[in-house]
Ligand binder design. Structure first.
Ligand code: S5P
Length: 273
């Protein structure tokens, strides 16, 4: 496993170009925090992105919950990602046949491929979903190919999640089959020990994003289950994802700094620093 290595070391050796960029951003900003900016207007979203930008590595969006999505949303997000050096992760969770997800990803109302560096999908439809999204992002005439990557939703944090067992091992199989596009997983732990029918490459280095991170709550009334930054990183998270723990805190900037500090200390402890 590469999880004992520093982000800088992983940035120089990672087989995936976007993963390299992600690790460089984390190291430069000393942050492994992804904020889930689950607000419902463009103004709130851009305001959060600008205020929290200095403390985060990635901004995660649910772009379809905005009541006023438009050109101003995407232009604003792109400008703030440049200004504060963070990556954008649209949490669309694609889950359909290849022909449909290509149209949902590229073009359409939301134009996700234009502005989002990272996307994710469920592998419920089978391997074809990964192949279809990779084909779109790596098409010769697609201008952002080296800056696009996929996380496979290998597990979920909600109570009673069915993303376990054979589903989770197939997630590892597909990640191994499409290493130039798949960065890693959204999962609650490192998946290095999960059984897979596909052999690992010697330079394999899955990036693990763990959601359901909150310092002051154990869960919500709709089945969300939380753990702390320390716990998530101890279980193998490279990036911690926090939503309400940050944006719904009395002072979101203070909260972002607190998650940044705790996430970074847990990372340093893991690499033995
Ligand atoms: O298993 C998962 C996967 C995801 S991407 N559980 C999750 O909660 N998420 C997302 O992470 C969810 O859609 C939301 O945007 C965020 C968690 O938000 P919070 O407010 O509970 O921290």
């Amino acid at each position: 496993s590469k999880s004992q290595l520093t982000y800088s070391a992983r940035a120089t050796t990672h087989p995936n170009l976007l993963a390299r960029k992600l690790f460089q951003v984390a190291e430069a900003k000393k942050s492994n925090v992804t904020v889930s900016a689950d607000v419902t207007t463009t103004k709130e979203l851009l305001d959060l992105a600008d205020r929290l930008g200095p403390y985060i590595a990635v901004l995660k969006t649910h772009i379809d919950i905005l009541s006023d999505f438009g050109e101003a949303t995407t232009e604003g997000l792109k400008a703030l990602a440049e200004k504060h050096n963070f990556l954008i992760f649209e949490d669309r969770k694609f889950v359909d046949i290849g022909n449909t997800v290509q149209k949902q990803y590229h073009g359409g109302t939301l134009r996700i491929s234009e502005w989002s560096h990272i996307i994710n999908c469920s592998i419920l439809p089978g391997e074809g979903i990964v192949e279809a999204l990779a084909q779109t992002a790596q098409a010769p005439d697609f201008p952002h190919g080296s800056e696009r990557g996929l996380l496979i939703l290998a597990e979920m944090t909600s109570k009673g999640s069915l993303a376990t067992g054979a589903y989770t091992s197939a997630s590892v199989d597909y990640a191994r089959k499409y290493p130039s596009f798949v960065l890693g997983f959204v999962s609650t732990r490192s998946l290095n020990e999960v059984e897979s029918s596909v052999k690992a490459a010697s330079d394999e280095d899955f990036v693990v994003f763990t959601t359901g991170v909150n310092l002051s709550s154990k869960g919500d009334k709709l089945g969300q289950q939380y753990q702390t930054p320390q716990s998530a990183i101890g279980r193998g998270a490279d990036f911690i994802i926090a939503g309400r723990g940050i944006y719904a805190a009395p002072d979101p900037v203070e909260a972002a700094k607190q998650y940044q500090q705790q996430g970074w200390e847990a990372y340093l402890a893991r690499i033995g620093g």
